[in-house]
Design a protein around this ligand. Structure first.
Ligand SMILES: [Zn+2]
Length: 170
């Protein structure tokens, strides 16, 4: 992999011109890190147009730090779109099972046990319900700028289509 990165970057840098930020459209996307999710191509987002935050499941709770910093320190004040997706890996794990797995991988490590017992993995049972809960979490969180429009969407990995589930204002 590393060699292909270097080759690709050499090509990229050969025609590089520093972005001036003028293409930025002042909105944020939160999406899952699943490789089947490609927000740029699935949503028609051009490079440099949006802040895109990705984590396992597209969890707004997990993304909170990465939302607050652009909002308050950089001035990204536009809409937040939360995307969860069908067949997500986070529907196949649970917090207790993840904790057990990590403890088993690190036997005799009390520090690991204590760390994972304090970790939440934000598993998903129902994808529509989870996207609603994440939009509620952001809309009702005092750390999110008042007046921010927050939309919740589900992406279907079988059809490639998106569906808007909910919209709120913080
Ligand atoms: Zn996922």
């Amino acid at each position: 992999m590393t060699s292909s990165f270097v080759q690709a970057n050499e090509k990229y840098a050969a025609n590089f011109s520093k972005p001036d930020g003028s293409g930025f459209k002042n909105y944020m996307i939160i999406a899952c890190c699943d490789p089947r999710i490609d927000p740029e191509s699935q949503l028609g987002i051009k490079s440099g147009e949006a802040v895109i935050i990705r984590n396992a499941g597209g969890s707004a709770i997990d993304a909170l730090r990465s939302i607050i910093v652009p909002q308050h320190a950089i001035g990204v004040t536009g809409e937040i779109a939360v995307f969860h997706h069908t067949d997500c890996g986070m529907t196949k794990v649970t917090t207790p099972a993840m904790r057990e797995m990590l403890k088993k991988a690190n036997p005799d490590r009390q520090d690991v046990a204590a760390t994972v017992d304090g970790m939440e993995f934000y598993e998903i049972c129902d994808v529509e319900q989870s996207v609603r809960a994440d939009v509620d979490f952001l809309a009702e969180n005092a750390l999110i700028l008042r007046g921010t429009r927050i939309c919740g969407w589900v992406y279907d990995v079988e059809t490639g289509r998106i569906e808007k589930i909910v919209e709120r204002v913080a």
